[in-house]
Design a protein around this ligand. Structure first.
Ligand code: NA7
Length: 545
């Protein structure tokens, strides 16, 4: 730590994306002093960084991918489309920042480079990239579940002399593809959203595909004024439904098994959902697609047949056919992705049979030949869920770093707290529903719970809280028990950490959805069962910063 001046706050929040923005608002409402740090030059987090062409909400979408804490916000903000584009989501978040005057407590262009727990003081000290130091009783890590870019380490990649962009770190200046030969690595949500956009302009697109994907029609369409008015009129009821729904959206939970229907009935349902499109495809599906192999196969076969139908060249179509359990990688919404392969300027390389060997200054070389390119787009995803926490690498009791603590497993309790890291909280961390839940709503609910625990500490004259190791272990077992009853852990995905070499490979999200919020409420009601508290070391009246 340097010896310069130090600022004192009740809470330091790391990250000014969807979660950090809400955390700031909530904590200020609680009357606490807060400092937020973010490496970017403005608010938005994931929505600030992911500006690649085609970037859109690929969840159930607008108007329900939003904050719910302010009635006025709902009443005054108009969403134009069901699958809002990145710029529309960012405009919404900018409006939130203006409306609630958030920026005055956010320090932009500032990375937290060190966060260290001082046991005697029961406070955290953080050091930033701009040379600042701050001390706070609490640290909230709102660092993003999809914020640490995964850049593949392929021989020669740094020698490539053309333009090179990662979708998650897209430039703010316009990127022109016109007349260029572009290679895209990656066919997850980002690749599948961007490839059709690039292909419309580029001279040629070479898609380098490691795993073919199931992708479903996005069904993007304008939201009618009647729909917006309806959502506003019924907002209370819709919000209640969102709280009750598994994923935090205003939909009914489905109970019906695919195996209760005949093949013809299943086909009819899949076709109806396919024609309508949108994320509701998954919410209106049978309840056992991600649980039962036979049910899963019925949908997988349906999508494979669609791909064969859409893609004219049978050899290309065959390369595009996925073979993992459908939905066990993040479901993808597409708009003209498979049709793109019918264009003359698009070719597909199946890396499973024709792997990348190296890059040169001007090309990518695969086993069967050389592809000259002017631009490389890395749609290669993120070190997801735990990656940004590990990048932050806070140091807890005894100076033990999170990297040491999480060497083999992302130990946590409720997805919110970590043993040995008192008074540090995560939003959307491993062990929480995180990416399996409507993220703005999830951030509100998790932050609400964290705020209550902070009040509890102050009300009881307590200085520190952390989970016991038994409760961490039991929580880990609960998370695993739920996941293991499904097909999710059986597929390599960023959900299981399999996309990052050397990462512990297991399914780390709490799949219980709304049950999770009941669980954490019950634990709070039982005097925070599973937590260990420490009396405040400070003299009475000295608590405030
Ligand atoms: P994803 O879903 O992790 O997709 C990344 C893609 O990049 C995926 O097709 C990967 O193949 C591929 N990839 C990653 N590393 C490599 C290497 N080394 N070689 C070849 N191909 C590689 O990230 P996205 O950004 O698309 O989406 C992330 C989430 O953002 C998304 O799910 C939404 O929730 C929003 P793989 O499948 O691992 O074989």
């Amino acid at each position: 730590m340097n010896s310069g001046s130090i600022e004192h706050y009740d809470v330091v929040v790391i990250g000014a994306g969807v979660s950090g923005m809400y955390a700031l608002h909530h904590l200020r409402e609680m009357g606490l002093s807060v400092r937020v740090y973010d490496g970017a030059s403005d608010i938005g987090g994931t929505w600030w960084y992911n500006r690649y062409p085609g970037a859109r909400v690929d969840g159930p979408g607008s108007p329900f991918y939003c904050y719910t804490f302010s009635e006025e916000l709902m009443q005054e903000w108009d969403w134009a489309e069901t699958q809002s584009e990145q710029s529309a989501v960012l405009a919404y978040l900018e409006h939130v920042a203006d409306r609630f005057d958030l920026r005055r407590d956010i320090q932009f262009g500032t990375w937290v480079e060190d966060a260290r727990y001082e046991e005697a003081a029961q406070r955290w000290t953080v050091e930033t990239s701009t040379g600042g130091r701050a001390s706070a009783k609490f640290v909230i890590c709102a660092v993003g579940a999809l914020s640490t870019a995964n850049k593949p380490d392929i021989p020669g990649i740094h020698d490539f002399a053309g333009e090179c962009y990662h979708t998650g770190l897209w430039p703010h200046e316009p990127v022109s593809f016109e007349g260029k030969r572009v290679a895209v690595i990656g066919t997850g949500s980002s690749g599948i959203q961007t490839i059709p956009e690039v292909a419309r302009e580029a001279a040629h697109v070479t898609v380098l595909q490691r795993t073919p994907q199931y992708a479903f029609p996005a069904g993007n369409r304008p939201i009618t004024p009647e729909e917006m008015a309806d959502a506003r009129t019924n907002w209370d009821a819709l919000r209640e439904k969102m709280h009750a729904n598994f994923g935090g959206f205003p939909c009914d939970n489905q109970e019906r098994s695919a195996l209760e229907d005949t093949p013809e009935q299943r086909e009819a349902l899949y076709e109806e959902l396919w024609q309508r499109g949108g994320f509701k495809f998954f919410l209106d599906l049978y309840s056992d697609i991600a649980i039962n192999e036979k049910a899963n196969l019925s949908l997988a076969d349906f999508v494979r047949a669609k791909i064969r139908e859409i893609v004219h060249d049978p050899v290309t179509a065959e390369k595009l056919l996925p073979d993992y359990f459908v939905i066990t990688k993040r479901p993808i919404l597409e708009d003209g992705y498979f049709e793109t392969y019918n264009r003359d300027n698009v070719s597909l390389v199946d890396l499973r049979e024709d792997p990348i060997e190296r890059f040169t200054r001007t090309s990518v070389v695969t086993r069967t030949g050389e592809h000259p390119i002017d631009m490389l787009v890395l749609a290669t995803g993120f070190d997801a869920i735990s990656g940004s926490m590990l990048r932050l690498n806070p140091k807890g009791r005894g100076g033990v770093s999170l990297k040491e603590r999480w060497k083999d497993r992302f130990h946590n309790y409720l997805g919110l707290t970590i043993g040995g890291f008192p008074n540090l909280f995560m939003i959307h961390g491993p062990g929480s529903p995180g990416v399996f839940y409507n993220m703005p709503l999830g951030a509100e609910r998790q932050m609400g719970w964290i705020g209550d625990l902070m009040r509890h500490l102050d009300g009881q004259g307590l200085g520190a809280v952390e989970p016991s190791s038994d409760s961490e272990e039991a929580w880990g077992n609960e998370v695993a028990g739920i996941a293991n009853a499904t097909l999710f852990p059986r597929t390599d995905s960023w959900w299981t950490g399999a996309n990052i070499p050397g990462k512990p490979r297991y399914f780390s999200a709490y799949l219980g959805g709304s049950i999770y919020y009941q669980r954490i409420a019950d634990i709070a009601a039982k005097d925070y069962d599973g937590f260990v508290f420490e009396k405040s070391n400070r003299a009475e009246g000295a608590e405030a910063s």
